[in-house]
Design a protein around this ligand. Structure first.
Ligand code: ZN
Length: 161
């Protein structure tokens, strides 16, 4: 029987809640989430909980920020003029934009809010500092293709090269 191991493409249906029980995210009513296992495509706490599972297995796992999206850090949201972005830039709250640091590395910044002609950007993922409560069901397991392994991510739902 196929099991969830390194280099498998795994499909899960999942619900993500916070400590208060609020649903933060869910695949309910959508396609299952597909990811390349062992590649860090999903948070490490969820990936570890799914390791070795088989089709139909149900897991319930509480993931600390350290194994989730990290602890919150830095000075908090910074205001940047909207004019720093192109006219077609999509700047909805929760979206990531990429900035270049002094070494030319791409670093993600998350949009907190757009206020007038300024956009508030934060270095923290919106779920940083949040304890994540995942309920997930394994609904698919297959071998990754050579191209998927080379790219380090799944090719599905129109993602193609
Ligand atoms: Zn690719």
């Amino acid at each position: 029987m196929s099991t969830v191991t390194h280099d498998k493409i795994v499909s899960i249906h999942y619900t993500l809640k916070n400590d208060a029980g609020d649903v933060l995210d869910s695949s309910d009513g959508n396609e299952p989430l597909m990811y390349l296992h062992g590649a860090g495509n999903v948070v490490v706490g969820l990936e570890n909980a799914l390791d070795g599972k088989t089709m139909g297995d149900v897991i319930s796992v509480v993931v600390s920020p350290e194994e989730g999206y990290g602890e919150r850090q830095g000075p908090g949201p910074q205001a940047v003029p909207l004019s720093a972005f192109g006219p077609d830039a999509e700047l909805d709250p929760g979206m990531a934009v990429f900035a270049e640091d002094d070494d030319g590395q791409q670093i993600p910044l998350w949009v907190v809010a757009v206020q007038g002609d300024q956009v508030l950007l934060d270095q923290n993922h919106p779920l940083a500092g949040v304890t994540l409560h995942f309920d997930a069901t394994v609904v698919g397991i297959r071998d990754a293709t050579a191209q998927e392994l080379a790219h380090g991510h799944v090719h599905a739902h129109g993602h193609d090269h």
